[in-house]
Write a protein that binds this ligand. Structure first.
Ligand code: PEP
Ligand code: MG
Length: 588
């Protein structure tokens, strides 16, 4: 029996045989002249392009049946591929090579895509924060070329349809496009050596609700075709060739899950209330308007975090005040009486780099470590015209429904003061333009996501009308572990005594100042951690819409006493491993 630890991406326990997904290699493509005429090669290339576009269209046709989150992810990716196949540099240059050099269509595609991929990919001396985006663009060229070459040479794609039904798909790397063709009714689980918790493939797999564990070190060395594997998508544990006791354990975990799943559908309309009677507010984090149907289906009581940095199409210019107003107003109208918490742009770190480049903003690109520098509110205060446009649009949308405004990456009182001045100036300007804003503006709140903010929450909260605990970044900055790195993923845990102390400290300050406080990092999507946080005294949680039913179910089965007891026991522990174990074993 071999136990490997990866990153749990999508929950679910599965026992099944491994099926190794290997791609049939393409033949080596040499750049020798074609036997055919340039015209004939051009026809071959055009036919391959047409066929590739048709295949992409077919893939797009499957999107309707996918959950919202997955559909949005794949839709954007397919648009990029389609653009690369129609009047793109790649196609133009390949045509030119056929005409001028008499090459085969395969060689022209290979040569041109290699050049474009190398140009788009990471360059020596490129700032760290640009590397991921560059890799993605390089990957896009290679993927389009791979598709064209397979169609030209007739070597079929890796077909997951060959994977025996009910098996665990084992791959070195799963691309987002691969995830798109995974049929969750046939593939029991997905495990791979590459990938991290926050990449696109992970988001897709979660949206497809296929149990998945990524970033499993040495997976290829240990797993063989047909090996019996236990996959635990929550804990990230993989057991290869399990002994009978381990198998029995996994079987009972699966039975328990099946019982849970049955109950979740019925839960949506039931109140989010502890058995001891206390109401717990459950809100959703969203990035795109298309997520609203899922949010409503899963019964969110409002939007606890709208990440506006993902809201606008980066291939278009940033919408002006009117353009932003329309987007916010539509969203807020859809939420009816429920609150929409709009967070102003959290650019910087790994977010919004293309947009910053487009706007000619270099503050973060010039930094050695952008996660530790000019990011979030700090960046907006250096470019107040962007903040003003956004705040004006939000204020106007507040006439349509209930809005709160949230500020990311706050670490000092002066930042809130400076923002409030801009906020009030925007309101004055709008009133002069005849916009009838009420005397009391929508609440202005702050994210607590740096240790500095948590430790000075008492001062910050006097200047803010509500607090939101961003456990994703707070964990990263407290533990000094990158939240998106596969290498550090076993070190990255919110269940660390240091983090709990910071949360408790912030909570106490909010309660003392009578200010609402909510948790809106991923910790809120883990129901056992939510139990711990309820024991700590928190009553409001915002999470990805997909996680709402499971969290609500847990809440409805818990008493406040059980949560208190869990929290008391947690506070006695000094090590993250013990703490994680305690929370994981929490049975109510
Ligand atoms: C957080 O840091 O916990 C958070 C909610 O913000 P984001 O994940 O958008 O950085
Ligand atoms: Mg954050």
């Amino acid at each position: 029996m071999i136990i490997l630890q990866g990153t749990g991406i999508s929950a679910g326990v599965v026992i099944a045989r491994a099926s190794l997904a290997r791609e049939r290699p393409l033949p080596v493509i040499e750049a020798h002249p074609s036997q055919l005429s340039a015209e004939a090669e051009r026809t071959r290339l055009d036919q391959a392009i047409a066929l590739t576009l048709k295949q992409l269209k077919k893939l797009r046709g499957k999107l309707d049946s996918l959950p919202d989150e997955a559909r949005i992810e794949i839709d954007a990716m397919l648009t990029v591929y389609e653009r690369m196949l129609t009047q793109s540099r790649l196609v133009r240059a390949a045509h030119q090579r056929l005409a001028e050099e008499g090459l085969t269509a395969e060689a022209a595609v290979q040569l041109e895509s290699d050049i474009l991929a190398a140009r788009a990919g990471p360059q020596p001396g490129m700032p760290e924060e640009e590397i991921e985006g560059a890799r993605r663009r390089e990957g896009e060229f290679r993927e389009v070329a791979r598709r064209l070459l397979r169609n030209l040479t007739g070597v079929s794609f890796r077909a997951f349809s060959d994977t025996p039904s009910g098996s665990v798909l084992v791959a070195e790397q799963i691309r987002p496009a691969d995830a798109a063709v995974i049929d969750p009714n046939r593939i029991a689980a997905v495990i791979s050596e590459g990938g991290g918790a926050t990449d696109h493939t992970a988001i897709m797999l979660r949206a497809l609700t296929v149990p998945a564990v990524l970033a499993v070190p040495q997976l290829a060395e240990h797993v063989e075709e047909g090996s019996l594997v236990i996959v635990d998508g929550s804990s990230g544990r993989i057991v290869i060739n399990p002994d009978s006791a381990t198998l029995d354990e996994a079987r009972s975990a699966m039975a328990e899950e099946a019982r849970e799943r049955k109950g979740i559908g019925r839960l949506r309309r039931l109140p989010s209330r502890l058995v001891s009677g206390e109401d717990i507010e459950l809100l959703a984090n969203i990035e795109l308007a298309n997520e609203l149907p899922l949010l409503h289906r899963n019964g969110a009581a409002g939007i606890g975090l709208l990440r506006t940095e993902f809201l606008f199409d980066e291939s278009e210019p940033l919408p002006d005040e009117d353009g932003q107003y329309e987007i916010y107003a539509r969203l807020v109208a859809d939420m009816d009486e429920m609150v929409t918490t709009i967070r102003v742009l959290d650019w910087g770190g790994e977010k919004g780099l293309a947009r910053l480049r487009q706007l000619g903003i270099h503050d973060t690109q010039e930094e050695e470590n952008p996660a530790l520098g000019v990011r979030g509110l700090r960046l907006l205060l250096r470019h107040p015209e962007i903040l003003e446009t956004q705040l004006c649009a939000i204020l106007r949308a507040s006439l349509v429904g209930k809005i709160r405004v949230l500020l990311p990456m706050v670490s000092a009182v002066n930042e809130i003061q400076a923002t409030r001045q801009i906020y009030e100036r925007c309101a004055r300007r709008l009133r002069r333009r005849g916009v009838k804003l009420p005397n009391e503006l929508p609440p202005l709140g702050i994210m607590i996501e740096t240790p500095a903010a948590a430790l000075t929450a008492g001062a910050l909260v006097r200047h803010a009308e509500f607090l939101a605990l961003g456990t994703n970044d707070l964990t990263m900055y407290t533990l000094a572990v990158d939240r998106s790195s596969a290498m550090g993923s076993d070190l990255y845990t919110a269940l660390h005594p240091g983090l709990l102390k910071l949360l408790r400290f912030s909570l106490d300050e909010a309660l003392r100042a009578h200010r609402p406080i909510c948790v809106c990092g991923e910790m809120a999507a883990d129901s056992r951690s939510v139990a711990l946080l309820i024991g700590m005294g928190l009553r409001s949680f915002s999470m990805s819409a997909a996680s709402l039913p499971a969290v609500k179910r847990m809440i409805r089965s818990l008493s406040l006493e059980a949560c208190d007891d869990l929290y008391r026991r947690a506070m006695l522990l000094e090590d993250p491993i013990e703490l994680t174990q305690l929370v994981r074993d929490f049975a109510h």
